[in-house]
Design a protein around this ligand. Structure first.
Ligand code: HEC
Ligand code: HEC
Length: 342
C-alpha cells in the first residue's frame, strides 16, 4: 500500500520532469529569424551618411572585398571542383546562397545591387552598420556567422570602399529566404552587436606590422585557427594555435604560431607560395575552407606583412597534423587531427 503510493509519486515526478524536458527541447529547437526580444542588445539609430564613388575607393574596395576579407567566400555559391576548391561560379559572384534543413534556413544574403533581392534599396549606413555592428538592414540581429566582430576593426574608409565596390557589381536577381536557426543557436552566439559611434581611422599601412595585423584581423585567420570551446568562443591561451574541426574537407586548422608544433619551419617565400598555390612544399594540398584561393591574390608586400605579423605571435605548443586521425587532445580538450600527439 505504502510502497504503491511512493511508486505513484515517483512516476508522477518522472512524468513532470520528462514533460518539462520535452517542452524545453521544443523551445530550444524553435526556428527563429532574430535574436529574441527579451535579450537586450545594443544598437544605434541610422544616419544619412553617403559614400561617394571614386576610382580609389573602387580599387581598394575590390581588393579588400575579394581578397583580404574574402566576403564572397560566403556570399557566393561555388562549384565544388576538386582541383580548385572554392572556385566561383562565373557571373554569380555575391548573389548569396542558401541551404535548408527541415524548418531551418542557412541563408547568406545577396550583396549585388539588385533592387528587389539584393542591396539596391539599402542605404550606405544600413550596410556599414550590418558589416561592423551586426544589425541587419531590417534591424534584426545578425548571427556571428557573419564575422562582424572582426569587421568592427575595419576603418571607415575601407567600409566606404567596400560599399562603393558592391554597388558597382552587376545586379543579380536572386530571392533568398531569411536566416532561420534553432533558438538555442541564437542564444549561444558567442558575441552580440556593439554599436560604433566614433570614427575608426585607417591604421598606418606604411608600417608592415600594423598592416599585417590589420589584414590578419580582416582575414579572420584567428577565427578559424584558434580552438573554440563548446559554444564557439576562442579558448584563452591557444590564440592562433589551431585545432578547430571542419567537416567540409575533414581537416583541422593548423597551428600558425612560430612554435615547432606550428609553422616555425615557414619562411616568407614559403608562406607566399602556400597562399598562392594552396599547396605546402608543392605537394601537400590544403583542403576544406582555408581561403587560399582568395588570400593568394593579395600583393607580395601584403602577404609579407601578414607573415611578419604571424612571426610576432606568442609560440604555443599544440600539435595539429592533418595526416593523422582525429583524436582527443589534452591541450585544447577537443578532438582534432593529430590530437593524440599532444
Ligand atoms: C564567414 C562567412 C561570411 C563572410 C566572410 C562575410 N559574410 Fe556577410 N553575412 C554572412 C551571413 C551568414 C550573413 C547572414 C547573417 C544573418 O542573417 O544572421 C551575412 C550578412 C551580411 C549582411 C547583412 C545583410 C542584411 O540583411 O542586412 C551584409 C551587409 C554582409 N553580410 C556583408 C558582408 C561583407 C561586405 C563582407 C566582407 C567584408 C562579408 N559580409 C563577409 C556570412 C559572411
Ligand atoms: C574558414 C576557416 C579559415 C580561415 C578564415 C583561414 N584559415 Fe588557414 N586553414 C584553415 C584550414 C582548415 C587549414 C588546413 C587545410 C588542410 O590542411 O587541408 C588551413 C591551413 C592554413 C595554412 C597551412 C599550414 C600548414 O599546414 O602548413 C596556413 C599557412 C594558413 N592556413 C594561414 C591562414 C591565414 C594567414 C589566414 C588569414 C588570412 C587563414 N589561414 C584563414 C582554415 C582557415
Amino acid at each position: 500500500m505504502h510502497l504503491g503510493r511512493v511508486l505513484r509519486k515517483i512516476a508522477w515526478i518522472a512524468g513532470i520532469i520528462i514533460l518539462v524536458c520535452v517542452v524545453l527541447i521544443l523551445i530550444a529547437l524553435a526556428p527563429t529569424e532574430d535574436l529574441p526580444s527579451f535579450i537586450r542588445h545594443k544598437t544605434r539609430a541610422l544616419t544619412t551618411r553617403r559614400f561617394d564613388s571614386t576610382p580609389e575607393r573602387l580599387k581598394r574596395g575590390r581588393y579588400i572585398t575579394q581578397t583580404v576579407a574574402h566576403c564572397f567566400a560566403c556570399h557566393s555559391p561555388r562549384e565544388d571542383h576538386p582541383a580548385h576548391h572554392g572556385s566561383f561560379v562565373p557571373g554569380q559572384d555575391a548573389k548569396g546562397q542558401f541551404g535548408t534543413w527541415g524548418p531551418y534556413h542557412l541563408a547568406v544574403p545577396n550583396l549585388t545591387p539588385d533592387q528587389w533581392t539584393g542591396i539596391g534599396n539599402w542605404t550606405d549606413d544600413q550596410l556599414a552598420r550590418a558589416m561592423r555592428e551586426g544589425i541587419g538592414h531590417d534591424g534584426r540581429v545578425l548571427t556571428t556567422m557573419m564575422p562582424y566582430q572582426w569587421f568592427s576593426r575595419m576603418s571607415d574608409e575601407d567600409v566606404a570602399s567596400i560599399i562603393v565596390y558592391l554597388r558597382s557589381l552587376p545586379p543579380v536577381h536572386n530571392p533568398l529566404p531569411r536566416m532561420r536557426l534553432p533558438l538555442i543557436l541564437r542564444l549561444l552566439d558567442p558575441s552580440y552587436p556593439e554599436p560604433i559611434t566614433s570614427s575608426v581611422p585607417q591604421p598606418d599601412l606604411s608600417d608592415p606590422l600594423q598592416r599585417g595585423a590589420y589584414y590578419i584581423a580582416l582575414g579572420k585567420c584567428f577565427d578559424c585557427h584558434t580552438a573554440q570551446n563548446w559554444r564557439g568562443a576562442p579558448i584563452p591561451g591557444l590564440e592562433f594555435a589551431g585545432g578547430n574541426w571542419f567537416p567540409d574537407g575533414e581537416v583541422s586548422a593548423p597551428n600558425l604560431t612560430p612554435d615547432p608544433s606550428g609553422i616555425s619551419y615557414y619562411d616568407e617565400a614559403m608562406f607566399i607560395q602556400v597562399m598562392r598555390t594552396g599547396k605546402v612544399g608543392g605537394v601537400r594540398e590544403l583542403h576544406g575552407p582555408m581561403p587560399w584561393w582568395e588570400v593568394g591574390h593579395m600583393t607580395d608586400e601584403d602577404l609579407k606583412a601578414m607573415f611578419a605579423y604571424l612571426r610576432t605571435l606568442r609560440p604555443v605548443k599544440h600539435r595539429v597534423d592533418n595526416d593523422e586521425p582525429r583524436r582527443y587532445c589534452t591541450v585544447c580538450r577537443r578532438k582534432h587531427r593529430g590530437g593524440a600527439l599532444n
